[in-house]
Every structure is written in C-alpha cells, then in structure tokens.
Design a protein around this ligand. Structure first.
Ligand code: NAP
Length: 286
C-alpha cells in the first residue's frame, strides 16, 4: 500500500491521479483532514483515511499497513516542523518501510533570506535520517504555478514590479512534479536517494516578462524595483505585513540565486524534458 498525504491539496491530488493510472487504486491510500473534501478521491477508488499532522495518534492509525509513504510538506506554518516530525514518528511507529518527503531545492541556505521559511524542510530531512527509515528526498524547486501570486493578477496591464533583480529560477510546473512523484512511487531503486526536482533551465523575471508578452501579444515590461519600493507599494495596497515579508523573502532569495540550481533529475524521472517557461506560462494563463 502506498499512502499520499496532503491529498486534498494541489500536489498530493495530482500525484494520486497520476499514480492511479499506473497501479491499481486499491493499492493507494490517502490522508485527508476533512473527508468532505475527498469525494473526487473516493471516486478514484482509493482508501481515504483521516488524520492531522498535529495529532500523532491519528497518523499512526492512518499509516497502518502502509509500505511507502509520500509525506507532502505542510502548508501550515504553525509548528510546521512539529507537524512533520509527528508524521515521521507515526510512520516509524506504524511500520512504514519507506518515506518520501517533499522538501525544497535551494542553495546558500545558511545565508538565505529564506532561511527561516525553509529551515523546516531541512530539519524534517534530518529527523527522517535520524529515524533510520528508508527515505527518498524529493526536493522541490519553485513552482511556476506561484508566479501569479508574486507578480500580481493585473500583470498584463501593469507589467512586473518585483525586486528579484537579474536572479534566475528554474521554474517548474507542479503537475510535472506530481507526475514524477507517481513514477518514483510506482518503481524501485529510489532508496536513500535525493532528487532535486527542478526544471533543467533557469529563468530570470525578464524571461518571465518576455514569456508573458509572447503569450498575450502585449508588451509586458519587467521593472526590477528595490525591496523598499516593493514593500511600500504592497503596504499602500493594504497587503498584510506578514505577506509582504513572505514575498520579499522569496524575491530576495530569487535575486541572490538561491533557487538557481537547474538539474536533470526531473527530466530523468519524467522520461522527457520538463516544460519550458513559455510552455508553463501557457499552461498557467490558459
Ligand atoms: N515549491 C513551491 O514553489 C511551493 C509552493 C507552495 C507550497 N509548497 C509546499 O508544498 C506543499 C504542497 O503544495 P500544494 O500546492 O499541494 O499545497 P496545498 O494545495 O496548499 O496543499 C497542502 C495540503 O496539506 C494539507 N495539510 C495542511 N495542514 C495539514 C495538517 N495539519 N494535517 C494534515 N494535512 C494538512 C492540506 O489539507 P487541507 O486541504 O485540509 O487544508 C492540503 O491537502 C505545500 O504544503 C507547501 O509546504 C511549495
């Protein structure tokens, strides 16, 4: 039995859908917090189990009989490390053989503006190593899908105003990560391996502007504004302080090249080249 957590979320659900095309649905289980959000998963014929990362006992119960567990990182920053440690400890207690964890693909961690946000991922990996479980780390680079969140919904009218300088990111479609995860979960030979799940090419925000221009037929300019200008503009638009800090940390990380580690692991796991930025922009803005 293979169990996927976060199955009501984007990455988890897409992974379940790809996996159900590769192995019988009866061999797939999912962890959800709320069964009411799982009707489409039930329709796939997978075993829907309930549990919460904050509640270790619920996880031990849900993970019983599971051989491979894909732990999708939590999107809840309230003790995210504690939640994920619960999941690892529960996996061990329930007799899970192999844990797969979706961390982050980045460099310069110690000096990164993203250190505080991303630290949980590396601490969770450390906890997995200490648990003695067989592991596979699926370190995800930045989703191309998060671009609209950072560059705003009126980008075709306003252009991009983002303090990422000339920094580059190998933006990767989340759906292709999910497809690769299904391939990994349904095959062997991934024991104690680390995969950097990222596009094979990196792109600047000028490249993003060019791709948006090509897609829309309108000229979308990129303004590499300063961090101060960006924060003031967001503040003036009523964006909460915490969200401004979050966006600034990602922009600074991108500017400093923290994500700029393109890699061919995803290409290998997919068996083809990941979508280019132009293709990703078409997919996201279709
Ligand atoms: N690489 C990137 O660019 C990037 C961008 C954004 C996020 N991420 C990370 O990647 C993860 C997956 O991405 P995504 O797009 O699939 O995120 P998502 O759509 O927000 O899904 C997150 C999933 O985690 C579940 N979850 C949250 N707290 C939980 C808890 N206490 N117990 C059990 N399940 C819990 C959610 O359940 P509910 O449906 O019940 O809320 C949901 O199924 C995110 O959670 C985040 O850690 C990465």
């Amino acid at each position: 039995m293979i169990l996927i957590t976060g199955a009501t979320g984007n990455l988890g659900k897409a992974t379940v859908e790809f996996l159900s095309k590769k192995i019988p649905s009866g061999n797939i289980a999912v962890l959800v917090r709320d069964e009411n959000k799982a009707s489409d998963l039930k329709a796939l014929g997978v075993d829907v189990r309930t549990g919460d990362y904050h509640d270790k006992d619920s996880l031990v119960k849900a993970f019983r009989g599971v051989e491979k567990l894909l732990l999708i990182s939590s999107n809840d920053f309230n003790d995210r490390l504690g939640q994920q440690k619960n999941a690892v400890d529960a996996a061990k207690e329930a007799g899970v053989k192999h844990i797969f964890y979706t961390g982050v693909s980045m460099q310069n961690f110690e000096h990164s503006a993203l250190k505080q946000i991303m630290g949980d991922h590396f601490d969770t990996e450390k906890h997995i190593l200490e648990s003695g479980l067989t592991y596979t780390f699926l370190r995800d680079n930045l989703y191309a899908d998060v671009l609209p969140m950072f560059i705003g919904e009126h980008v075709f009218e306003t252009g991009i105003h983002f303090p990422a300088g000339e920094g580059k990111v190998p933006f990767t479609l989340r759906i292709e990560m999910a497809e690769a995860f299904a391939n990994v979960l349904s095959s062997e030979g991934h024991e104690n391996k680390i995969y950097e799940i990222s596009n094979s090419e990196s792109y600047s925000f000028q490249d993003v502007a060019n791709a948006l221009s090509a897609h829309s037929g309108k000229t979308v300019a990129y303004h590499a504004v300063s961090a101060d200008e960006f924060a003031k503009a967001l503040s003036g638009a009523g964006v909460p302080e915490a969200m401004i800090g979050f966006s600034l940390a990602f922009a600074t990380g991108a500017k400093d090249g923290d994500f700029d580690i393109p890699n061919n692991h995803l290409e290998q796991l997919l068996g083809r080249k990941p979508s280019s930025l132009d293709e990703a922009i078409r997919e996201i803005y279709q």
